[in-house]
Design a protein. Sequence first.
Length: 147
Amino acid sequence: MNDVLITEYRKFAADHYHSLPGFCEPRHGHNWELEASVRIDNVSLRPEYKNKSEFSNKSRLHDGCKRALSAVKQTSQAQINLSSTLDTWVAIMDRSLLNEQNILAGRNPTAEVLAECLFQFLETSGLCPVIVRIKEKSHYWAICMKC
């Protein structure tokens, strides 16, 4: 059995401003990018044969194929869940003023905060996030990850 990571990528556009003691920036926008990786636990990626005679045993071979098909289904369902969850999150954030988002209430909407917010959003959606990256500028990514 193995753990498998599935990663998806999305883009969205949103504005924000900063109004903190010692740090103010007027409203401005970014073309944000995100990558999110979630873990799928205990995926049997290949049949396990102890010797060549088991490989030639049709029943054992059939069982191995069924396990492999089950792994494909498990991975496909996780991909669908991740896609749907990211689409929902992007729909909330896209073309918005991030400072007005309820999900970010009272927080300065930086790339770091967005990465943490998306990580928690994935968790509350029943997924097992491992790493979330949010790109604010061409040379700047913020990462939230499970240690």
